[in-house]
Design a binder for this molecule. Sequence first.
Ligand code: MN
Ligand code: MN
Length: 475
Amino acid sequence: MAKKEEKQENPEVEALKEKLLINRKNGFFSLTDEKVKKADDYCEGYKDFLNQCKTERECVNFSIREAEKQGFVPFDPEAAYHPGDKVYYNNRGKSIILAVIGKNGCRDGVRIIAAHIDSPRLDLKPYPLYEANDLALFKSHYYGGIKKYQWTTIPLAMHGRVVRKDGTYVDVRVGDDPGDPLFCVTDLLPHLGAEQMKKPLSQAIEGENLNVLIGSRPVRTKDGKGEDLVKLNVMRLINEKYGITEEDFVSGEIEFVPAFRASDMGFDRSMICAYGHDDRVCAYPAFTAALNCKAPKNTILAVLADKEEIGSMGNTGMDSSFLHYFVDALAQKEGLEGRDVLTHSKCLSADVGAAFDPQYASVYEARNSCYLNGGVGLFKYTGARGKSGSSDASAEFMAEIRDMLCRNDVLWQTGELGKVDAGGGGTVALFIANLNVDVVDMGVPVLSMHAPLEVVSKIDVHMAYRAFKVFFEGK
Ligand code: MN
Ligand code: MN
């Protein structure tokens, strides 16, 4: 039997390691208790934001409300602006740009942080309401990439807007206040689930079966006769409360979202579980960094965009020209061309990354993964099948941002979404890069991304805020 060798530390080797190699230890150890407490305190505001904002519209309304308290005013194309002035551009109530005019205006380019405020959910179909065997239900069409089986038998809330033919509208929000009724998509009992349980997860729950249960009592008639009386009763109640008819749903945007409240997670309260971290966990730090950015050197823009989860299309998504036009308008005020401003601009595409999950280690590459509590993630590229669909930041811009994080003592990490060819994903980076802007992806690592309940680390959320703030301040 060999003699157990004692582990000898060679000071020469240790010194060389220290000088040349990366030391990836738990990020917690590089933070003082005071810094950890700062992160915890910051996240109280974030949880409040999550509870108030479960749709893109609610995020925009919240942003306007809070920004106006801090002196932001609606952008006026005719007005003259001076360093320190704060404006916002509300794009159709579903995306927003907040800007603080810099000391140098935009002549050396602007600094942009773009996050998205839409999240996966169940949208209603145009004709959603129906009755089947004395139950009233809503037909849904899911939005974004979901694992359908995760959306059954969880409490759902109904959020959104219905616009009547005359242009008047009503905002709906049921299921998030104490005492509100809830809704759900039912699932089969295991006793009768033998056939269903043989199916692959992707087929066990069909998209067409994601119907939301909304009522079971019929409208009371004298003789109890009549067709679809349960459906009629639900529509009667909806009409009493919201003043809409069945046809008004055609011009509605109703989203069914998880009714969970954002909560601390774990005995150590180190994490937050909530619906919609992707990408409100980057939107909130981008937003608060803009709010707290006083008189930056270059004009700064926080963009909170819609439609990322379905490809950034549509006039409220980042593939539209609204950011380009906004920069054009800013540039013109200073006698500059928008294209010249964009060419000299820098952007953080702020979106979540996948945190390494030891339960599913086989799809991650441990050396090139992000970890909970490792700090904000910096991602040179995203994409799938050989980086397809990625913006792929330049080495030069990566170096600049890496240097910024190190100089400002921001805890950060880097990695990829998972193993090569295990899958992949994209962000808004490429759409902004198309405007000839230097862009790199940065964001918070998330566990259970796109599930109704996602998990992040409080330290990572705060590090995203700190990174965004120093980026805006040009530090
Ligand atoms: Mn995202
Ligand atoms: Mn997503």
